[in-house]
Ligand binder design. Sequence first.
Ligand code: FES
Length: 139
Amino acid sequence: MPGQNPYIAQGNVRLPTRKYKLTIIDENKREHVIEVDPARIPYDEHGLDGSILGTAMGCGVSLDHACGGVCACSTCHIIVRKGLETCNDATDDELDQLENAAGLTVQSRLSCQCVPNGESDVVVEIPAWNRNLAREGHG
Ligand code: FES
């Protein structure tokens, strides 16, 4: 399947069966609201099917994703402000990568590995200073 690392366990992913609202707060504090339609999953080839990264990219909302969405970096770090309980559990591989993310919180996830099941709306935030640091580091 596209956007998945065959050597990484996929965890307990459950795809949504009904529409839910995904709000992404970008680095400029702008809100992007996406009505996620299960019939359109996957929106994009990045990350796990139904992942926040793939859905965002497929809807024109840009998220950093240096490794292409295969759980091999930490640039797609997001903070899940609402609806974290509706998302699949992070695998050990995801937690290992997250340890490298700046500004780690208990609500942190890799957006390419985070798949909401649609049981409630989800609000995520892109950590702004994290992105800026990464960009400065790469010129
Ligand atoms: S894009 Fe690299 S881990 Fe998500």
